[in-house]
Design a protein around this ligand. Structure first.
Ligand code: DGT
Ligand code: CA
Ligand code: CA
Ligand code: ZN
Length: 572
């Protein structure tokens, strides 16, 4: 199934590239169609199957053809690929740099012959970008740091990109079957925020058939290596996927080994040695006798410890905790009862409040906090106090239509340079919940960014700090913060820090989540949804929380709506 978001993403990309080619009107049409697809509550793939695409607002014959093509090719658009090839620049490379979109890329190409990261860097280093109109010194600096970042990130996928690909690979292989065991391992199984390559393990009696199904997949751009026990393909978006065929008797030890992390494995092997064993991907051996290898559980048990969930296997103290029987009981996605950060068309969302509530309910949630942007975030159509009053009226009208589902009224305000909110107290005190984020002035040094956050945390109206470091994975590192000071402030005032679950944010990062958990500061796991299909992002936030050793009690939105209200009202 190609998701609405995948389809919309491709339509947005097509619009961007058309804009570079100076095609009049068309980019707007594609963006309109992308917005429709993004907010459509039914699967667009189902709409396409019954021939109903052209009934969607903004979708004409041409765009319908492209959507059908994507669905036919499992989310791949030959049209987009051709468009990319027809351009004189490497759009994927350039757009990965924070701040570079089609308009700027086109100017840079026309004026400076910038076509890829190398020529971009050369132009920036020579100071040629700073003197262009609409660019300037600050933009040039931003581009230079963006290049470093894009280089490091290149070749790694977001968890949200890798997961559906891995699932499709597994489905394809199962179909070619029969298989007795199949799983993804590596960083994907540990649910890292980025994935270098996808590692799939399988046991089967017919490796040949599976290997050719694997290398022949639509997802494969080319075959890098193919053999009887291991094949590697290059995926369409660049990174690789490996398929390994294993002996059934070796399953547990191989799954353990290839799940990693490398450091976890090294530490575990040391313990095996100290107990007179030898641990490898082939088994856990005492002399020549294989003591445990069928399941991972057996291995951890034989080594004298509790089973360690993959998300914890980073050699961050999990082995000692497992030996002492004090591993956390990790939070599950299903423990989340609400979502405390969502947007509607009142600000920059693509769906109405009712549509968002219905989508959240169909995701199994009991409540959301509606937290549209505030006044100063002009680009996101931030609300004035007056408009928030109007919004409150709409909410009162809606409440009867929601059954038991609850909407807490809130906002996502902007923390200004001095740490104060961009909303008056008289408005803030009316909200059930207030999320506060830094959107404006991201360039602060560590001390200043920390001061802003700490000041915000001490404001009695503010309950949660949204995406606390401002990072965008693969695009910008975010501002640095003194985490200890921020945690101290949260502890003192009883506030929470957010895990923003957008796949390119995952902010707080898991290592910072771990510090919160250690210090007894609670987090909220929020989707920051701007569209109805974004509640699924909560899965990634939950993974990130698990990697940070979160239990249910550490997460605010495992509470009922009433308990959340009660918690938030304590601060006022
Ligand atoms: P990635 O692909 O960069 O996101 O990260 P991983 O963890 O998936 O790493 P990958 O694909 O290179 O290898 C998969 C697993 O295989 C890794 O997590 C642990 C294991 N492994 C790979 N190389 C070594 C090694 O040299 N020593 C040990 N002990 N384990 C290794
Ligand atoms: Ca890997
Ligand atoms: Ca690998
Ligand atoms: Zn937001």
């Amino acid at each position: 199934m190609t998701s609405n978001q995948e389809i919309a993403d491709i339509l947005y990309q097509i619009a961007d590239l058309m804009e570079m080619q100076d095609v009049a009107f068309k980019p707007q049409a594609y963006r309109r169609a992308a917005q429709t697809v993004e907010r459509w509550s039914e699967e667009v793939e189902d709409v396409a199957k019954r021939g109903g695409l052209e009934a969607l607002p903004g979708v004409g014959k041409g765009i319908a053809l492209h959507i059908n093509e994507m669905i036919l090719h499992n989310g791949r658009s030959i049209y987009l690929e051709r468009l990319k090839k027809s351009l004189p620049i490497k759009a994927d490379e350039l757009f990965a740099v924070e701040g570079l979109g089609p308009k700027r890329a086109m100017i840079l190409y026309k004026r400076l012959k910038v076509t890829d990261l190398t020529s971009l860097e050369k132009a920036a280093r020579a100071g040629k970008i700073a003197i262009l109109e609409h660019f300037g010194e600050a933009m040039q600096e931003k581009i230079l740091s963006g290049i470093q970042f894009a280089r490091k990130a290149r070749g790694r996928m977001l968890l949200s990109q890798a997961l559906p690909i891995a699932e499709r690979i597994i489905a394809t292989i199962k179909k070619a079957g029969p298989v007795s065991n199949i799983a993804y391992a590596g960083s994907l199984r540990r649910k890292s925020s980025t994935i270098g390559d996808i590692d799939i393990l399988v046991t089967t009696k017919n490796p040949k058939k599976l290997m050719s199904a694997f290398t022949g997949m639509k997802e494969a751009a080319r075959t890098i290596a193919s053999g009887p026990t291991k094949s590697t393909i290059e995926l369409r978006n660049g990174p690789h996927a490996d398929l390994r065929v294993l002996e059934p008797a070796q399953w547990g030890s191989a799954l353990q080994y290839f799940t990693g992390s490398k450091n976890h494995n090294i530490a575990l092997r040391r313990i095996a040695i100290s107990k007179g064993y030898k641990l490898s991907e082939y088994g856990l051996f005492k002399g020549n006798k294989n003591a445990a290898c069928k399941t991972e559980e057996e291995i951890y048990k034989k080594l004298g410890m509790e089973y360690i969930e993959p998300e914890l296997r980073e050699d961050n103290g999990e082995i000692k905790a497992a030996q002492e029987g004090r591993l956390p009981k990790l939070i599950e996605l299903s423990d989340l009862r609400g979502d405390l950060h969502t947007h509607s068309t009142w600000s920059d969302g693509t769906a109405s409040i009712l549509e968002m509530a219905q989508a959240a309910a169909s995701h199994g949630l009991e409540y959301i906090a509606l937290t549209d942007h505030t006044e100063k975030l002009k680009i996101a159509n931030g609300l004035t106090p007056k408009r928030f009053e109007k919004q409150a009226e709409e909410l009162r009208g809606l409440s009867k239509r929601l059954g038991g589902f609850q909407i807490l009224h809130g906002c996502e305000l902007n923390i200004m340079e001095d740490g104060t909110p961009d909303m008056p107290d008289s408005t803030l005190k009316k909200f059930n919940i207030v999320v506060a984020s830094i959107h404006l002035g991201l360039g602060n040094d560590r001390a200043k960014a920390t001061r802003r956050l700490v000041t915000a945390i001490s404001n009695p109206h503010i309950d949660i700090i949204g995406h606390p470091t401002g990072r965008l994975i693969g695009k910008r590192p975010g501002y640095e913060i003194e985490l200890d000071a921020v945690i101290d402030a949260c502890k003192e005032h009883g506030k929470a820090l957010e895990i923003d679950s957008q796949p390119d944010r995952l902010d707080l990062d898991f290592s910072m989540v771990r510090e919160c958990v250690k210090r007894g500061v609670r987090v909220s796991i929020s989707s920051d949804s701007h569209a109805t299909d974004s509640f699924r992002f909560l899965e990634f936030g939950a993974c990130n929380a698990r990697r940070g050793w979160c239990e249910k009690k550490d997460v605010i939105n495992t509470l009922s709506a009433d308990k959340v209200r009660e918690w938030a009202s304590k601060h006022n």
